[in-house]
Design a protein around this ligand. Sequence first.
Ligand code: PLP
Length: 391
Amino acid sequence: MSSTKHTRLATRAIHGHTTGDAYGSPYPPVYNTTTFGFDSTADLLEVIDGRRRGGLYTRYGLNPTIQAVEETLAGLESAEAAWVFSSGMAALSALFLTHGRKGIVCVGDAYGGTLELLEQQLPGLGLRTHCILGSESDRLDALLADGIGMVFFETPTNPTLDIVNIRALAERAHAHGALVAIDNTFASPVNQRPLELGADIVMHSATKYLGGHSDLTAGALMASKELLEPIQAWRKNLGTVPSPETAALLSRSLRTLVVRVRQHNANAQAVAEAMARHPKIARVHYPGLPDAPGHALAKAQMDGFGGMLSIVVRGDGADATRVADRLRLIKLAPSLGGVESLVTQPCTTTHHGIAPEERARRGIPDSMLRLSIGIEDADDLIADLVQALGD
Ligand code: PLP
């Protein structure tokens, strides 16, 4: 980490890298090169053997633009190091392929792509994987006692916004020697830093809040150097490093991460409160509401409640579809974390591939809409929802 190590998050988001250039640019230039030249073989070996930081070959991640964003990301998650990937799924794949050999248990709801990777693809490679509900405590105990190597989870969860106790689950897993990895995409490091609460590895779809403008696809892992080191070979040989342009765009986005996320938090709170009062809404899932089941825990382990919430429309799936289709400002699109507000109906997008009975078991009715609240004027967002809900 750079000299900003002891500064606060908003400062680290802007000054958290040491990469400069000969002209004194305040931010890392885009080194759009695939390879870097050396004065001598001795100099080249300094970089290859890790004695000097420098550019070597972009696919290895040894490119100053990529190294700069990694340094900033490490600082944001209070990690020793960070690596960026070409997508969140690339980061997850490298994580599971490296540290999942002794089995992986995913606790609670997770992104549909993550569940597909765990349930349908990794077992084909001989990896033992289990996806259990947050309430299946006995199953978790049995898997831990059986020596499962990794406990993986999201918090807040998608799309029910349940809150998982990071410190408690980390202690339970560590007592059995299991690693704890958390997908921190929904919260962002502004609202939650799992490594400070005992987790071992943090993963992000940087496509979401870290990128923040729905204009880049990237992923990241943050952890100790010891845990990240063996992951490097997978990123290098699968070739899943982002381009220097994407790394630069992500660096640019991180400079406004703190102000953006604070506004996402404020807007989501206002929308959640308005929806909780609306007669056509049966239920609002948002940890910032005082009567939400995870409110007290969220208050304890998070610095903000986030920009994501789900509403359950009175009626059936078709009623919720009508509301989604009538929204004008809030766009129907399957992503989250951008400055613009988006809506999805989990049963038609993120959880479409999951059987209806399994969706019901996970507490995801067809009448649920998931909202990614952006940083527009909150009153305009509420007005859009109210007009879409109709009289
Ligand atoms: N994790 C979460 C919580 C997500 O929402 C997503 C994508 O929607 C991913 C991981 C995968 O990220 P990406 O689309 O960048 O591969």
